[in-house]
Structures are given as structure tokens and as C-alpha cells.
Design a protein around this ligand. Structure first.
Ligand SMILES: [Zn+2]
Length: 75
């Protein structure tokens, strides 16, 4: 199932979640369906441009950067 960016509707590869009490926002690789209310799917572009509110900390827990466009292997 393809998740779509909550901002622009593009296919999402990242998920943003937060802990309100700890004023913590983090980004992770999208590994499965996003649980409504627990996280938000983001495309690469919006995840990269995410800025935390004043007083919050942003943790980038995503894996190593991948190329924006993967090369296609033609069999
Ligand atoms: Zn987006």
C-alpha cells in the first residue's frame, strides 16, 4: 500500500511523529502503514524541509540518504 504525503499527495517514503510532552519531532523511514494520529507521511521533499516549531527538537532517524531518483534496472 502506497502512503501519500500529507502536504502534497506525492508518494511518501518518510514518516513524521512527535511527542508533545517532550517537544520532540522525529523523522523515520516509512516502513508500514501510518497509524492515524500517531504519525504523518511525508514525501522526501517535505521531510527534508521540515522545521520544528520554536522550542522543539527535530531528530532525523532516517537511514542513509538515497538518491532522489533510483536508476532503473532494465532486464
Ligand atoms: Zn510532500
Amino acid at each position: 500500500m502506497i502512503q501519500h504525503c500529507v502536504r502534497c499527495g506525492a508518494p511518501a517514503g518518510n514518516v513524521m511523529a512527535f511527542a508533545y510532552e517532550a517537544r520532540l519531532i522525529w523523522l523515520e523511514d516509512l516502513a508500514g502503514p501510518v497509524i492515524p494520529g500517531a504519525g504523518y507521511a511525508f514525501c522526501q521533499s517535505h521531510a527534508d524541509r521540515l522545521t520544528p516549531p520554536v522550542g522543539w527538537t527535530l531528530l532525523d532517524r532516517r537511514g542513509p540518504a538515497r538518491p532522489l531518483f533510483a536508476s532503473l534496472e532494465v532486464a
